[in-house]
Write a protein that binds this ligand. Structure first.
Ligand SMILES: Cc1ncc(COP(=O)(O)O)c(CN[C@@H]2CONC2=O)c1O
Length: 412
C-alpha cells in the first residue's frame, strides 16, 4: 500500500496509462471508482484458493469461504458503525437496496393517502421506486426543493414532512451537485412525524465518515463499485427490528428455515434478504476495500477531496464561459462538480476533454427531475476521489481552456 494518501494513485494500475496520447486524468469517480491492486488481488486469491459456496458446505473450502464472507459483513458493520452484523445485507448495489426497501417495507406500510417525501436532487434509483409505489398505492409523492444556492431547502423539508408522511428517502450526498444533506436533522424531523427515513449513501459512504447509529437512519443503501469494489456488490443497512418485521424481498435458497409443500418458514436476518448464491467474491473484495479505506482513514479521504475541490472550484468559476451548479461554498461541495460551458452540449465538452486525456461524465446523471429544476437538459460532471491530485485538476482546467479555444475557432 502506498506510503501516503498523496501517493495512493500508485496502488491503482489502471491510472498509469495514456489516453489519446495524454496522461489519464480519471475524473468520473461518481460513476464508478477505480480498483487498487489490493482489491484486485483479493478477488484473484479467492478464486485461486478459497472459492466455494457459503453457509451450506462442511468441507474446508466452504468453511474458509463462509468465514471470509461473514468477516466482510462484520467489516462493513464497523465501517458504518451499525449496531449488529445482522443489520448488514449484501445486495447487488445501491439501486437493489433501495428497491428492496420500497418492495418490502414500502409495500407493507404505504396505504392510500399516505405521503412519501424525497428531494428533487435524487438519483433515479431513489426516486422511481417511491414514485411507482405511490402510484400503485394511491399515495402522494412529495419533493423537498433546493435553495437558490443548490442546497436542500430545510424550511421546505419542515413543510413537506407531515403526520401523513410514512417514508422519507434522501440522498446523503448528491451525485450531481456535490451537496451533502443534513441527514441527521432530516431523520429527527421524520421520526417526530412517525415516519421512517432511508438514506441513499452511494455518493457519501466512499467519500466521508458515515455513522448510521449517529445519523439514526432506519435504512441506508450504498454500492461497492463506487468505493473501489467490483460491480454487483452493495449493502443495505437496516435497523434489526424493522428488517425482522419486513417480508422477504426474493425467495429461494439460503433464505429459509423449513419448506413444506404448502408453507415455508424464513431464515432470520440478514439471510432472509440474501436469496440464492450471493456475490461471494464481490463481498470479500468489498471487505478488502473497507480495509484499504480504514487504513487511510475516511477523515483523510474527505480532507484530500476537499483540498482538490477548494483548489479547482475557484479556477472553474473564474472562467466566464463556465456555469457551475450546486453550492457556491467549496466546503459544501464534496468531490463532485457539475458545470456547463457556454452553449456547448455537455457531450461535445466531454468528448473534447477526453481528447486531452480527461475522463468526465456528460448527461443527466440519472437525475432528470434535478436537471429540470436546474433549467438544463444535461451537464458535464467532474468527480474526484482521494487518488486524484491537483495535477488532475490542472489538466481538467487546461483541457477546458483548449476546448473553448477549439470551439471558438482558435480565439479565446
Ligand atoms: C446518489 C446515487 N444513488 C444511487 C446510485 C445507484 O447506484 P448503482 O448504480 O450502483 O446501483 C448512484 C450511482 N451513481 C451513478 C452511476 O453512474 N453515474 C452516477 O452518478 C448514485 O450516485
Amino acid at each position: 500500500m502506498a506510503n501516503s494518501i498523496n501517493d495512493s494513485y500508485q496502488d491503482f494500475p489502471i491510472l498509469d496509462q495514456k489516453v489519446n496520447g495524454e496522461r489519464l486524468a480519471y475524473l468520473d469517480n461518481a460513476a464508478t471508482a477505480q480498483k487498487p491492486q489490493q482489491v484486485i488481488d483479493s478477488l484473484v486469491h479467492f478464486y485461486e484458493h478459497d472459492n466455494a459456496n457459503v453457509h451450506r458446505g462442511v468441507h474446508t473450502l466452504a468453511e474458509r469461504a463462509t468465514e471470509q464472507y461473514e468477516a466482510a459483513r462484520t467489516k462493513v458493520q464497523h465501517f458504518i458503525n451499525a449496531k449488529n452484523h445482522n443489520e448488514i445485507i449484501f445486495t447487488k448495489g445501491c439501486t437493489d437496496g433501495l428497491n428492496l426497501v420500497a418492495a418490502t417495507y414500502g409495500e407493507q406500510n404505504i396505504h392510500e393517502g399516505d405521503e412519501i417525501v424525497i428531494t428533487i436532487m435524487e438519483h433515479h434509483s431513489n426516486l422511481i421506486p417511491w414514485q411507482q409505489l405511490a402510484i400503485k398505492k394511491h399515495a402522494t409523492l412529495k419533493y423537498i426543493e433546493l435553495t437558490p444556492e443548490g442546497t436542500l431547502d430545510m424550511e421546505d423539508a419542515k413543510r413537506k414532512i407531515t403526520d401523513r408522511t410514512k417514508i422519507v428517502s434522501v440522498a446523503h450526498a448528491s451525485n450531481v451537485l456535490g451537496t451533502v444533506n443534513p441527514l441527521k436533522e432530516l431523520a429527527k424531523i421524520a421520526h417526530e412525524h412517525g415516519a421512517v427515513i432511508v438514506g441513499d449513501g452511494a455518493q457519501s459512504v466512499p467519500h466521508m465518515p458515515v455513522d448510521v447509529q449517529d445519523l439514526d437512519v432506519d435504512f441506508y443503501a450504498f454500492s461497492g463499485h463506487k468505493m473501489m469494489s467490483p460491480t454487483g456488490i452493495g449493502v443495505l443497512y437496516g435497523k434489526a427490528d424493522l428488517l425482522r418485521a419486513m417480508p422477504p424481498y426474493q425467495y429461494g435458497g439460503e433464505m429459509i428455515n423449513t419448506v413444506h409443500r404448502d408453507e415455508t418458514t424464513f431464515a432470520d436476518i440478514p439471510f432472509k434478504f440474501e436469496a440464492g448464491t450471493q456475490n461471494i467474491a464481490g463481498a470479500i473484495a468489498l471487505g478488502t476495500a473497507v480495509d484499504y479505506l480504514e487504513e487511510i482513514g475516511m477523515e483523510n479521504v474527505e480532507k484530500k477531496e476537499q483540498e482538490i475541490v477548494d483548489y479547482v472550484l475557484p479556477k472553474l468559476e473564474a472562467l466566464p464561459y463556465i456555469t457551475v451548479y450546486g453550492p457556491q461554498d467549496p466546503a459544501q461541495h464534496t468531490g463532485v462538480i457539475a458545470f456547463n460551458m457556454d452553449n456547448l452540449h455537455p457531450h461535445d465538452v466531454a468528448t473534447a476533454l477526453d481528447a486531452e486525456g480527461v475522463a468526465v461524465r456528460a448527461g443527466h446523471h440519472c437525475a432528470q427531475p434535478l436537471m429540470e429544476a436546474l433549467g438544463v437538459s444535461a451537464t458535464t460532471r467532474a468527480s474526484f476521489y482521494f487518488y486524484n491530485s491537483k495535477k488532475d485538476a490542472d489538466q481538467l482546467i487546461n483541457a477546458i481552456k483548449a476546448t473553448k479555444e477549439f470551439f471558438n475557432g482558435g480565439t479565446i
